[in-house]
Design a binder for this molecule. Structure first.
Ligand code: GDP
Length: 295
């Protein structure tokens, strides 16, 4: 993997080759190239700037590693810093100490929330767990039917009160059913909007208060790129998120949103969506995403 990366940064690190160590003066060219790579991967600009300064601080004055040239050392440092910033290792889903674990799915319309809710239901089922899917997206007319269809397809029960009930009432009733009937996880699909919107945030807060979730997962379409930073900030400040699902990584997005989400909220990306099919969900691995972001 480092071979591939070093090829990508071949020119960038040229200035470091043959040097005794990485210094303030000889690292600039290499940092410029990393900056370009991150921007090309659609990491948001303030996040790129902060990341570059962190790499600069670590690179300059880093101890010379015996047997490793400064250019290789630099590339390794960038990669490690990316992995570390994205949380180091995969972060598992929270689990309630007692009663069902409640997970709220949040995000904009079209991000892939309903799909991700079903994907997680199947993922848990495959681990021998029993999930209840709750259809609290009363805003998008087809969302309830879509969740019911997916639930039938994967053999996971779906709870709905139709589209006339208030979403917070649906969420509360779903959680109560989960507890009464011994489900171990309740996944609540909520309504998004086309863009960040006060009524969506207020609705999310009401649902959060009614459902007392163990996790609030923000579902983010990786194709929105740079906008992921503002989106995450808004949800994190107004609702509070504990993790994220990054969808549509089967497309050609380089996944820079992953870095922005983590930097802005501190919350780990827990899963990635890699296709429309209900099986297309994978745990998030910072190591793989770092390589993808660097391109
Ligand atoms: P919601 O409005 O957030 O509930 O979004 P949906 O779950 O309805 O998804 C919106 C569209 O994105 C649908 O056409 C999904 O099939 C599609 N979709 C969701 N996740 C993925 C993914 O990981 N990859 C691809 N290619 N499409 C996805």
């Amino acid at each position: 993997m480092f071979d591939e990366l070093s090829q990508r940064f071949e020119d960038a690190v040229k200035g470091l080759r043959g040097q005794a160590a990485i210094s303030e003066t000889n690292v600039d060219g290499a940092l410029r190239d990393v900056r370009r790579a991150l921007l090309e991967a659609d990491v948001s600009l303030p996040v790129v700037k902060e990341f570059i300064e962190e790499v600069r601080r670590k690179a300059v004055g880093a101890e010379v590693v015996r047997g490793v040239s400064p250019d290789q050392q630099f590339i390794r440092l960038v990669h490690e810093q990316l992995v570390e910033t994205m949380g180091g290792a995969n972060a598992p889903l929270a689990r309630a100490a007692e009663g069902p674990t409640v997970i709220l799915m949040a995000g904009l319309q079209g991000a892939g929330k309903t799909t991700a809710t079903a994907k997680l239901g199947l993922h848990l089922k495959e681990q021998g767990r029993r999930a209840l899917l709750v259809a609290a997206d009363v805003y998008r007319p087809a969302a309830i039917d879509q969740l019911q269809t997916l639930g039938r397809q994967i053999g996971v029960e779906v709870f709905s009160l139709g589209s006339d009930a208030a979403p917070e009432a649906i969420a509360a009733a779903g959680v109560a059913k989960g507890r009464d009937e011994g489900f171990d996880t309740v996944l609540v699909d909520t309504a998004g909007r086309l863009q960040i919107d006060a009524s969506m945030m207020e609705e999310m807060v009401r649902i959060r208060e009614a459902a007392a979730p163990d996790e609030v997962l923000l579902v983010v379409d990786s194709m929105i790129g740079q906008e992921a930073a503002d989106l995450t900030r808004a949800f994190h400040e107004q609702v509070g998120i504990t993790g994220a699902v990054l969808t549509k990584l089967d497309g050609d997005s380089r996944g820079g949103a992953a870095l922005s989400i983590r930097k802005v909220s501190g919350a780990p990306i827990k899963f990635i969506g890699t296709g429309e099919k209900v099986e297309a969900l994978q745990p998030f691995h910072p190591e793989r995403m770092a390589s993808r972001i660097l391109g």
